[in-house]
Design a protein around this ligand. Structure first.
Ligand code: HEC
Length: 187
C-alpha cells in the first residue's frame, strides 16, 4: 500500500515536472533561439534535432487553446476589419501575461492575430508576436511568426517567416509608444 502510494507520487512528480519544463520553455523562451530568418525552409539534416522554435511555439499555442484567450480591452473579441497585409477581417487573442500589463507588455506576452478573408469565415494566416527578454532589444524583444491555417510556418523566398522578421518589424515600428503594438494605441 505504502509502496503504491510512493509510486503514484513519483509518477505525479514526473508528470508535473515535464509540464512545468514545457511551460517555462514556452514562457521564457530562453532555450536555443533559432535564427530562423535566413535558414532554409526545408528541414534537411536537422530533422533529427529538436523541432525549431517556431514549430514548438505553434504546438504550445494549440495546446494552450489560444482561441479561448481574451482580446485586449477595447478590441472586439469577435473580430473587426483589418488592414493589409493583415486579413480583411482579423481577430486578436492575448495571453494572460499580455493582458496583465498592456502599458508595457511584460516578457512572456503573446499576441495572436488571426487573419481572415472579407467574409470572416476563411482563415488565411495566423500572425504571432511573442515578447522574450533579450531576444531582440532593438525591436522591442518581440519574436515574430506567421503560420498557415494548418499550422505550418509560412515561407517567403524559401525562408521561414519567423524570428526577427524585418517586414513585420519595419511596419510595426510605427506603432505609438515604441512598443511595436498597434492594438493598444489610442483609437
Ligand atoms: C504594413 C504594415 C504591417 C506589416 C508588414 C505587419 N503588420 Fe502586423 N499589424 C499592422 C497593423 C496596422 C496592425 C493593427 C491593425 C489591425 O488590426 O489590422 C497589426 C497588428 C498585428 C498584431 C496584433 C497586435 C498589434 O500590434 O495590434 C500582430 C500579432 C501582428 N500584427 C503580427 C504581425 C507579424 C507577425 C507580421 C509579419 C509577418 C506583421 N504583423 C506584419 C501592420 C503590419
Amino acid at each position: 500500500m505504502v509502496r503504491k502510494t510512493q509510486f503514484l507520487l513519483a509518477v505525479a512528480a514526473v508528470v508535473l515536472c515535464a509540464g512545468l519544463a514545457q511551460l517555462v520553455m514556452a514562457q521564457s523562451g530562453t532555450r536555443s533561439y533559432p535564427q530562423t530568418q535566413g535558414t532554409q525552409a526545408t528541414q534537411g539534416s536537422a530533422s533529427r534535432a529538436e523541432a525549431p522554435f517556431d514549430d514548438r511555439l505553434w504546438s504550445y499555442l494549440k495546446q494552450a487553446q489560444y482561441r479561448n484567450w481574451a482580446s485586449l480591452p477595447g478590441v472586439p473579441a469577435d473580430g473587426y476589419p483589418g488592414n493589409s497585409p493583415h486579413g480583411e477581417r482579423v481577430k486578436l487573442y492575448v495571453n494572460r501575461t499580455a493582458a496583465a500589463g498592456q502599458d508595457g507588455f511584460r516578457a512572456g506576452s503573446i499576441l495572436i492575430k488571426e487573419n481572415y478573408d472579407a467574409s470572416g469565415d476563411n482563415l488565411m494566416a495566423v500572425t504571432v508576436m511573442y515578447r522574450s527578454e533579450g531576444f531582440a532589444p532593438e525591436s522591442g524583444d518581440w519574436y515574430w511568426a506567421k503560420y498557415e491555417p494548418d499550422g505550418r510556418v509560412s515561407a517567403m523566398n524559401n525562408m521561414r517567416v519567423s524570428g526577427r522578421v524585418g517586414m513585420c518589424i519595419d511596419c510595426h515600428r510605427s506603432a505609438e509608444g515604441n512598443d511595436f503594438v498597434f492594438a493598444n494605441d489610442a483609437q
